[in-house]
Design a protein around this ligand. Structure first.
Ligand SMILES: [Fe+2]
Length: 267
């Protein structure tokens, strides 16, 4: 069967599978819907980024399949542990890869391709790109990581600006809402590198970590989406305005986005 046909079937399977986790408990249901909606939006984003790259329609369908399945482990993770925090439960990407294999979700797809999709799901949340992938494998990982970030930015910026601001600990990590920018976070971002989760001490640090994801984007289109959606402005508006560290970091991430948004190729 060709990938396009399989993708249609997989969309039905996804609905079926995820609806099995729906619940009468409002908090549980809200979190399940958060992930269903996130998945839908990551599919949209990956098509937009992939569409800027002249990919074959087969490659676009594989990319969308990776997006559709990338967080499939979230449902079982939440059912078992009632949290989306990997460090307090299980690596949701590895769990997702196991779900796909155990339920034979990709049976019918050419084995090599199925394996590549499973690998993409398994590694999509790693701090850095894993080594030893084929160039095609890298392509899907890069696409997925960019598309995933685009939608996480949407989720968190909507959350920071929601009126009434009911806290949802599944989005926020359990950090104190303090204005300090920790030294390690400041240093990492001023060196244009990613912030380590283990360095986070405040919610301000966490918001800055999210700004710093611009140092882990792969395609000009993704930078253009960041500009157009004003994600960085939106995060900045949720940060303490008087902090000179925040201002310095913001300037640098914006410059990085501007530099990369219109390059034809990023190495
Ligand atoms: Fe995701």
């Amino acid at each position: 069967m060709d990938v396009q046909t399989i993708l249609l079937k997989l969309k039905d399977w996804f609905e079926d599978y995820t609806s099995g986790f729906y619940s009468d408990e409002p908090m549980v249901q809200q979190n399940m819907m958060l992930k269903v909606e996130h998945t839908r939006r990551v599919c949209e984003a990956i098509l937009m980024i992939g569409g800027s790259l002249d990919l074959s329609s087969e490659n676009l369908s594989i990319a969308e399949t990776c997006a559709l399945l990338h967080d499939i482990g979230r449902f079982e993770q939440y059912k078992r542990y009632r949290t989306f925090l990997d460090h307090k439960s299980i690596d949701h990407a590895a769990l997702g890869a196991d779900v796909i294999q155990n339920l034979h979700v990709l049976d019918g797809i050419e084995p090599e391709m199925a394996e590549m999709i499973v690998r993409t799901v398994r590694f999509h949340n790693r701090a850095a790109l894993p080594e030893n992938q084929t160039s095609r494998g890298f392509l899907f990982l890069k696409l997925l990581r960019d598309a995933d970030k685009v939608d996480i930015w949407r989720v968190v910026t909507e959350y920071y600006h929601r009126s009434g601001n009911q806290r949802n600990r599944s989005i926020e990590l359990d950090l104190p809402d303090a204005p300090q920018v920790s030294d390690a976070v400041y240093d990492a971002l001023m060196n244009k590198t990613l912030v380590q989760i283990s360095d986070l001490k405040t919610l301000t640090d966490f918001k800055l970590l999210q700004m710093g994801w611009v140092y882990d984007l792969n395609f000009p289109m993704t930078f253009r989406i960041v500009r157009e959606k004003k994600f960085l402005e939106s995060i900045r508006d949720a940060l303490p305005t008087s902090s000179s560290r925040v201002q310095e970091i913001y300037k640098l991430v914006q410059a990085h986005v501007a530099e990369n948004a219109f390059q034809s190729r990023i190495s």
